[in-house]
Design a protein around this ligand. Structure first.
Ligand code: ADP
Ligand code: MG
Length: 712
């Protein structure tokens, strides 16, 4: 399921997908029978016929070699949240002065990377470090170009030898399967399943990121190591300048965008770059939606391409959730919907939505799922970077609620009361100026403050962090919705009985939806999610509020989570627990690195610069007094500065003491970091930022926010 890339741009037509082993390429090159058989796997999820692997491999190899490939790799997404590849040569010497190309069906379908270097969260004893990659024929292979090196990348899943998923893709595929099964039951109830073999989830993840000058980036050890500034005084006007930056995109940035777009087109990632900036130096790229596991693969490719192309333009792409304090952070808005394999979007409300019971059923499935598992959805986006973002006054709050908009909220109220009778029309927005036409207002209007919003014919999950792999939150979401569709289907089947009359079916559906709405409407909130009143109201409604990752992590291994994933075949108990362990360990590791980096920068860069400045101030006082001129002011300034230096030094000592504690148990360590290390980091940061505002610019050892954000 792919949104159409409608364009008159010949550049796109010429480039799109040239480096993907797409269906078109397969159709052209594979024997007809083989292509047909493969298509059954790709489009309908049927198991791969092992007999065709050799033919597909040979064809893929020829295609890749013609396009300059010398190596191939099984490309996968281990639980680090990154991608991994191990390159093998496609060519080898033939012993007669020439080369032969080796790439068999076995090479295509299975690989054995050294699994011990990837985290398994305890899934795999070190004595049995085996892990296998298995070809995912449903996601197109592509060529990765790095200068002259061209590598054939084969999307794969990564499993342990006992069959446990060691990656983010396999659970995503399983969750899609689970959702498909339950969604089909709903379609069957309404008699709309004719010709439908599967229901797929679609995903369009919008990526926000910052660009900074590369040379300045390398002069900031915090950016190099943590991708975020650990220090940095805010520029005088900060984001108030933001309007000024709309529109005027520097030439270098435009060149970067153009090239990144081209690279994405080549590998078949359908993007439309958005040239708007929310914060100074911030940009966004929005792909067109695709079936969710392909969108998720493409999202990983997109992040890599942004980084790689930025480098070539003397820039650095920062994907971190919060590279700069006091400046908007970055998210990854996950637009999500479900669609039949015939291309019907099941979240299209259509006209007269109040009569569209099937739509309302799917909608109530989401409402129930989000309410029952708001804590798990929150936990699925936990991470060190997102802690800086969620709940701050710029990003969705850490309380998971849903925005439905006036029209849908009104219909749900009607269902709760009986038979829905009306659909509020969007109306128009008056622009106030006579010369401008009034524009029709979409009834699912935007509410930027909601973490989870219905936006016309899809949901937008805005709380996902900008560095995150979208596979995991999507997996959680699919599972949560599958469970509720299962519940609703079962209840309706019970109430309606076999072959119900239309009237009986309608009554049964309405009764079930009514009770779902009654029980779960507390999660619906159309107001301002940033307001303090909402926090109070949410508490009154009993909605979970997991303020940070440390509070959220335990949900990942809660019994309720394990039961959900087990029941729908998405993750086993061991797989769930491994994900919990890896998430906690990753968080701790990131915070340990950040605190160590802070300490080192403060000790070896900041304090020495401050002392030089202090010495200059001291010399100035001496020289002035020596010349017989009264300089009480300068003495006061010196005293004030010395006090700032002492404050910073004390803060440094305190952070060192806090950071020296270690714990064997990662969760205990995480609690210690949250209680002691993080607060000490904030105090040190404040002290250093105060110094930055006083130290002579030529002595300050780090590029400032002004330089990083505004110089392009
Ligand atoms: P909007 O006007 O709401 O911003 P866009 O068409 O620009 O809508 O969509 C924003 C993002 O949502 C894009 O990435 C787009 O591909 C994605 N999107 C649109 N429809 C769907 C859908 N049915 N399923 C998943 N994502 C979708
Ligand atoms: Mg968006």
């Amino acid at each position: 399921m792919t949104q159409e890339l409608r364009t008159t741009d010949t550049r796109v037509d010429a480039l799109f997908g040239v480096d993907t082993f797409s269906k078109q390429v397969m159709q052209k090159r594979l024997p007809k029978e083989v292509y047909k058989s493969l298509l059954k796997t790709i489009d309908h999820g049927e198991p791969l016929d092992p007999r065709i692997a050799d033919i597909v491999a040979a064809t893929m190899k020829d295609w890749a070699v013609e396009r300059g490939a010398t190596h191939f790799t099984h490309w996968f997404q281990p639980l680090t949240g990154l991608t991994a590849e191990k390159h093998d040569s496609l060519v080898s010497p033939d012993g007669m002065g020439g080369v032969i190309y080796n790439f068999s069906g076995a090479d295509l379908t299975q690989g054995e990377p050294d699994a011990s270097s990837f985290p398994s969260g305890g899934l795999r004893g070190t004595f049995e470090a085996r892990g296998y990659t298995a070809w995912d024929p449903t996601s197109p292979a592509f060529l990765n170009r790095h200068g002259k090196a061209v590598t054939l990348c084969i999307p794969t899943g990564f499993v342990s030898w006992t069959g446990e998923a060691l990656d983010t893709k396999i659970p995503l595929l399983r969750s899609m399967e689970a959702l498909s099964k339950q969604a089909l039951r709903i379609l069957k109830i309404f008699g709309t399943d004719t010709g439908v073999t599967r229901v797929v989830t679609t995903l369009g993840p919008e990526q926000e990121y910052f660009l900074v000058d590369r040379e300045m980036f390398y002069r900031r050890p915090d950016l190099v190591t943590c991708e975020r500034t650990l220090f940095g005084a805010r520029p005088p006007k900060g984001q108030q300048l933001e309007d000024h930056y709309f529109g005027a995109i520097p030439a270098r940035v435009l060149a970067f965008m153009h090239e990144a777009e081209e690279e994405l087109f080549r590998v078949g990632v359908p993007v439309k770059t958005r040239h708007n900036e929310v914060a100074p130096g911030q940009y966004e790229v929005a792909p067109l939606f695709e079936t969710s596991h392909i969108a998720s693969d493409h999202q990983m490719v997109l992040m890599e391409i942004l980084r790689r192309v930025a480098d070539r333009h003397g820039l650095k792409a920062l994907l971190h959730e919060k590279p700069f304090a006091g400046v908007n952070g970055s998210g990854k808005h996950c637009n999500w919907s479900i669609s039949t394999d015939m291309g019907v979007n099941l979240f299209d409300p259509q006209d007269d939505t109040h009569t569209n019971l099937q739509f309302l059923t799917f909608l109530c499935g989401v409402v129930r799922g989000v309410d029952l598992h708001a804590d798990l959805i929150r936990a699925s986006i936990a991470g060190a970077g997102n802690d800086h973002r969620l709940g701050a006054n710029e990003a969705p709050p850490a309380i998971i609620s849903m925005f439905l908009g006036e029209m849908l909220s009104d219909i749900l109220v009607q269902v709760e009361q009986g038979l829905p009778k009306r659909t509020i029309k969007g109306g128009t927005i008056e622009l106030g100026a006579r010369s401008l036409p009034s524009i029709p207002r979409h009834s699912g209007d935007r509410n930027r403050t909601s973490p989870f919003a219905f936006t016309g014919n899809k949901f937008e999950f805005r709380a996902v962090g900008s560095t995150a792999s979208v596979a995991w939150p999507t997996t959680v979401f699919n599972a949560v919705v599958a469970e509720s569709l299962d519940f609703i289907a079962t209840e309706v089947e019970k109430a309606a009985g076999n072959n119900p009359s239309p009237a009986k079916l309608q009554a049964a559906v309405l009764a079930v939806l009514k009770s779902v709405i009654k029980q779960h409407k507390r999660v619906i909130f159309d107001g301002d999610g940033y307001s303090p009143e909402w926090h109070k109201e949410a508490a009154r409604r009993g909605l979970p509020h997991l303020r940070d990752s440390v509070e959220a992590f335990p949900v990942l291994k809660a019994k309720k989570t394990v039961d959900l994933f087990k029941k729908y075949g998405v993750l086993t108990k061991a797989e769930v627990e491994s994900r919990y362990h890896i998430a906690v360990e990753k968080w701790v590791k990131q915070l340990v690195i950040e605190s160590e980096m802070m300490i080192s920068m403060a000790r070896t860069m900041i304090l020495p610069a401050a002392l030089r400045h202090q010495a200059e101030l001291g010399e100035a006082v001496n020289a002035t007094e020596g010349a017989g001129v009264d300089c009480d002011d300068s003495v006061k300034a010196l005293e004030g500065f010395v006090a700032l230096v002492s404050t910073a030094r004390e803060a440094l000592v305190k952070l060192e003491a806090a950071a020296a504690h270690d714990h064997d148990d990662p969760m205990a360590h995480a609690h210690h970091i949250k209680a002691k290390v993080r607060p000490a980091m904030s105090v040190l940061r404040a002290a250093v930022d105060a110094l930055e505002n006083h130290v002579a610019a030529d002595l300050w050892p780090l590029p400032t926010y002004r330089e990083l954000l505004f110089l392009k």
